[in-house]
Design a protein around this ligand. Sequence first.
Ligand code: SAH
Length: 362
Amino acid sequence: MTPLADLLARRIAATGPITLAEYMAECLLNPQHGYYATRDPLGAAGDFTTAPEISQMFGELIGLCLAQSWLDQGAPRAVLAEAGPGRGTLMADIWRATKGVPGFHERVEIRLIEASPVLRQAQAARLAGAPVQWLDSLEALPEAPLWFVANEFFDALPIRQFQRAGNGWREVVVGLDGTRLTPGLTPPAPLAELADRLADTKDGDVVEICPAAKPAVGAVCRRIAARGGAAVIVDYGDWRSRGDTFQALENHAFADPFARPGLADLTAHVDFEALARAAHPLAASRLTPQGALLQALGIEARAARLAQGMSPEARQRHLAALRRLTDGDEMGTLFKALALVPSGAPMPPGFTPAPALVEAAR
Ligand code: SAH
C-alpha cells in the first residue's frame, strides 16, 4: 500500500466513496504524495514520453506555426503561454525556432502554468535566459494578446466517469474492499450535463466528462477573444468522449489505476468537442491528426535537413523519431490537434477551419 492509498482509504472509510475526479486530483497533485508534485516522470528512465521529448522537430514546427499566427494578427506585444510544460522542452524548442522571426523575441513574453515544483525547476533550467514567469493557474494570465499551447496537459486533468443505466447514469466512484481501494458504481440518477448524450449512447455505455477543462479553456479563450491570439491544443483523444479511457502508466507500461496511487501517471482521453464548445465564441479548427499537422508544417523537409551530417546511428534514431511522431500506428492519428482563433482571424498554418458548431457553449 502506498502512503497515499492509506490516506485515501482512511478518508473513504470516514466519509464514503470519492469520485474519480477527486481520486485523480489527489493521485496527481497531492502536495506530499502526488505523482507530479514529487517527481519528473518524463523520458526513458521515467514512466512515459511525449512528442517534444521524442524530437526537437515537434517544438520547432509548433513554434513556427504559432509565430506565423502572431505575424498574421499584426505581431502585437503578447504573451506566449504553455500549460503543463513538463521539462520545458517544447517551450525551449519553440523559443529557439522563433529566434529568426522578426520582433518575436522582443515583443513576446513567456508564461508557464505549472503545478509541480519539481518540473518548474526543470523548466527554469531548460529556459535559462528566456523571459519566463510561472503562474499557478490559467486565470492568472494577464489580459493581453495570447498565443497558447498545451501538449498532454488536458489528459492530466481529473475526469468523472458515468455508465448509462436506462435514461440515467451511474457514476464510477472509488470505494473500499476491506482496506483496498476499488472502483464501484452509484445508483442511477438523471444528469443534466449528460442529457445530450442520451441520443448517441445505449445502456451500459461509458462516458467521461472533465469538469476542469471548461474553466481552463474559458480562461484562455476569453483573453484571445478580447485581445487576439490563438490556442493550439495537442493531446490524445477524439471529437467526443466514448468508453472508459481512464488509464495508469508506470515505467512505460499500463498499470492498474487503483493499485499504486501517487506512483503511477493517470490520464484520460481528451474530449475535443467539449474543448471546442468551451471556446465559444472563438472559431475552432477541424480536429487534425498530429501526423497530418506535422506533415503540413513541413516535418519531412525539416527531418531531411537535420539528417544531413548525422552519423548512421543518429540518423536511424532521428528517422525512428519522425515515424513515431507521424505514423498512423504510432502517435500520428491517436494524437490530435485543435486550434482556436478569434472568429474571422486566419487559422494557424496546418489547420483548416471547422464548420461552425451548431449550438453555443454548454
Ligand atoms: N507538456 C509536457 C508534459 C506533459 S505531462 C510534454 O509534452 O512533455 C503533464 C504536465 O501537466 C506536467 O508538467 C504536469 O506537472 C502538469 N500538470 C498536470 N496537472 C496540472 C494542473 N492542474 N495545473 C498545472 N499543471 C498541471
